[in-house]
Design a protein around this ligand. Sequence first.
Ligand SMILES: Cc1ncc(C[n+]2csc(CCOP(=O)(O)OP(=O)(O)O)c2C)c(N)n1
Ligand SMILES: [Mg+2]
Length: 798
Amino acid sequence: MATPPADLEILRELEKKVLWLASWTIHHANHLRESADGLKVGGHQASSASLATIMTALYFRALRPQDRVAVKPHASPIFHAIQYLLGRQSRQKLEDFRGYKGAQSYPSRTKDSDDVDFSTGSVGLGVAQTLFSSLVQDYVRAHGWGLERPQARMIALVGDAELDEGNIFEAILEGWKQGLRNCWWIIDYNRQSLDAVVREGLWARFEALFRAFGWDVVILKYGSLLEAAFREPGGEKLRAWIDNCPNQLYSALVFRGGAAWRKRLLDEIGDQGPVMRLIEARSDEELARLMTNLAGHDLPSLIEAFGRVDHDRPICFICYTIKGYGLPFAGHKDNHAGLMTPAQMEALRQGMNIRPGHEWDPFEGLGIEPAKLQEFLAHAPFATGDRAQKAARLPISAELGGPTQPVVSTQAGFGALLNELGRGKSEIADRIVTTSPDVTVSTNLGPWVNRRGLFARENMADIFKSERIPSTFNWDFSPKGQHIELGIAEMNLFILLSALGLSHAINGERLIPIGTLYDPFIQRGLDALNYACYQDARFILVATPAGITLSPEGGAHQSIATPLIGIGQDGLASFEPAFVDELAVILAFAFDYIQRDGEGESSERNWLRDETGGSVYLRLSTRPIEQIKRAMTPELRQAVVDGAYWLRRPGPNCQVIVAYAGAVAPEAIQAVGLMAEDRRDVGLLAITSADRLNAGWTAAQRARERGLVHARSHIERLLAEVPSHCGIVTVLDGHPATLAWLGAVHGHCTRPLGVEHFGQTGSIPDLYRHYGIDANAIVAAAAALTPGRPIRHLKALP
Ligand SMILES: Cc1ncc(C[n+]2csc(CCOP(=O)(O)OP(=O)(O)O)c2C)c(N)n1
Ligand SMILES: [Mg+2]
């Protein structure tokens, strides 16, 4: 569909305006706004200019309201400028760019107010997010939800150096397996990274790679001016020269300008007949304009390419651009952190016909009447529909599961709870979608998958089943399946969870995503997990087995630091239950918690910001543990969710308490039993969430500092019962720092036990003894901590 010349004229004016506003925003942040710290804002100006034309073509022409875009981090000023022109960004936020509560340095779903679809910042992640969001859209539609809404294209604006990130390749492979559609990746092929100019011929590797995985590849190299020149006499010679021009030389000439182009071209091909006339017919300025007329800066080429797409296969557009195009440092290899000087900015201002004092006026200096521009913007396809999506919260029952076996692990308990949910009929069960990077069976999702099936857009039967070969697992794929099986790539797991966990906001359909993996491999995908939390995706992460307790599986798979990740990761409430009745309570809580979106007021009861909700991390174990026969009272349920309860309440003459978390519960119980013969009133504190205890404690202290003198957190109330001379021994299968802070709550002397080194294989008793977290070690720590006669049962430690 050809673009009417009048529209093209308007789009050209808007392109100029977008570049101006983005440049002015950056300049304002650096030179005009009072900066208390004197820090300069680099990294945006050149990188933004690269994408000004592509984003103009997209937002004002090609995008439809339902389309979703991940904008490369450093193009954020262009994004904010476009939103400003569309009336969705305030001038104040632009003026405060990168400042307190101003427009964000990198587009942010949670911190920006101007309609960001996907956050970006850590390069590679936003790109993969668009791919997984396409898969999630297909999942939602295959289940019959949201069919009344038009299908979105999930689009990423990708830096060429961004493609060095390995997670992108993991995602491409997974996308191929899952039949990816409706996904566009637009590569800003400016041949520059942060430090330097990229390798020659990179585009050819990209092209081959994308084609190998079933993508359509569209290469947008030369703009309409250059294409026209190539058709002139001598044009073929010019094309051959530019095709063979090394990236570095091309960039250098872009930077140096018209006279340098002329000299170089005349030196190298000036004697080759008509091409000389082609060069000589142009002034220096015209020659520079011609030679930099790459398709990524050519509106007609871009509009035509985007408009021509007539299929839903994934597409990679390789768009040739110039980093810093239209600005004085265009092409310079050091331009990433480059900033325009006030004099350069002044020249740009004059060139754009902008009067001093009118720099923020949306239509200042343009050659078209404001009313016409306003009208055009209001009718841009992107602006004509409602983009916001919302989904109601799903009802959940507080009770989960049935009777458990007398001796069982939390991992087996988790499998049984999900199996039970899968067996029943409930809205929540229908909205659960599980996923795992090739550890579905070994994390106990098997029974659930047997009931609910695997997801694929096309039916695929389990041949083992049809061939009547006995197998515990039914591996049938169908569009109604509720488990997405991933290859072994933990980055993909987290980015898929991020996409599933935003379905309510992106697709208007709520999902309850549950991802499983081995606990140590959280660290493999940690940046993606952090990214998912940063953009407020909602999911439940089940990490199992964990710690050294997986002992016979080998030292390589032991995790030590993950409980600290659980405490430190914002947006993620982490739990490490020991018993399955606790797990059932926590899972029911998690189903609700991941759906909350209230304001961040802390509850007086625990001082946690529970109304805002978040994601949940469950650190589970394969160790079968004798279960406690007890009724789940409302008080106990609340305490489990808040993070701790007394398994044995300390008496008034108590000298020591043991506080444990997770799989070491039997050791803690045994140690308390041994000590009870020589120490009176020993207390035993069961901790289900060090994270929530810690968060509540911190928040309550803050509240008191603000004058709310009666604020008390859950852990403060629990430990208030413990006499001040009493010692605390803490123990978990994880880093001892996880619980070491308990001593600071009321000043109790504390000895934290845990695991600081790893790698040894053996049985659980071997390893608990080796690492000093068995009953003996707990008793020895208690004996050393508290006065009194020796504890008789203390055996010699090896
Ligand atoms: C994971 C990660 N590593 C490093 C960075 C720092 N960084 C920001 S942009 C960039 C390279 C940019 O090159 P490219 O993607 O080609 O974009 P351009 O600047 O050319 O527009 C780097 C290394 C980052 N943001 N994220
Ligand atoms: Mg680049």
